[in-house]
Design a protein around this ligand. Sequence first.
Ligand code: GLV
Length: 325
Amino acid sequence: MSPPRVFVTRKLPGDALERLRARTRMEVWEGELPPPREALLSRSREAEGLLTLLTDRVDAALLEAAPSLRALSNMAAGVDNIDLSACTARGIPVGHTPFVLTETTADFAFALLLAAARRIVEADAFARSGRWRTWQPALLLGRDVHGATLGIAGMGAIGRAVARRAAGFGMRLLYSSRSPHPEEEAALGAMAVDKRTLLRESDFLSLHLPLTAETRHYLGAAEMAQMKPTAVLINTSRGAVVDQPALVEALRRGRPAFAALDVTDPEPPSADEPLLRLPNLLLAPHLGSASYATRARMASLAVDNLLAALEGRPLPHCANPQAAR
Ligand code: GLV
């Protein structure tokens, strides 16, 4: 039997693709940008396996165009770019890469929190600008992190990792989650609250929800109106968890006071996106998991998932275990 054909939608960091090349007939999209839709469809036509990124939409139309497809591996924790039920209906297992990026993403969420609180980006611009003439008692004052209340929406692995960091910084911790987390309550003093309390009491609100039909626009105009006028919103999950036009309006009104976002809806934002012109915003281009070591681990796990699926073995991390026939 000849080795299976696989299509990988971008070059990946580290040496994981060498392992895939050794056991498959592998084609890699060499562009810096994702394959355009037509190219993705045509490359999928004969593929038995696909290794995708969060920038690739895998929907029913793509599955239809790929009759030989029997394994899918997404190099991301999130799988909101994939029509999971269509894959399950076709018996296609979908691999993803949770847990290997937990600590790195929590580091980044906390970096955004600290940068927003202490105005690091503005401070850098100011210090380089020639306007730094002396030490000033009221220059670039920010907000204390210690003693402030951090609200965490979604206590999955990343939410809990952010909670551990926040406890080390002396923050008061509130969380809302589908399930209770007695360990974090006992060890970190985290308190489970309803969404309304989370919104009203958080000085910093950090979102760690997967994007699903239920969490889309978790934060809309009505929710933002309940936040403190001094609150800082941090989003390292998915842009569409927030209603973006409502966020623009809310930031214009100053409630929340500031947003630090690693994700937008869509990505990247269009050049005329009003968010980009707001002064009370810090924006990063989806870098949560972007450390050398973690991106290499994600690539390696994505390859492990794809090879396992192609070889009929259980995937190390499968988003739709019910697909197994
Ligand atoms: C990144 O956002 C991921 O889901 O891995």
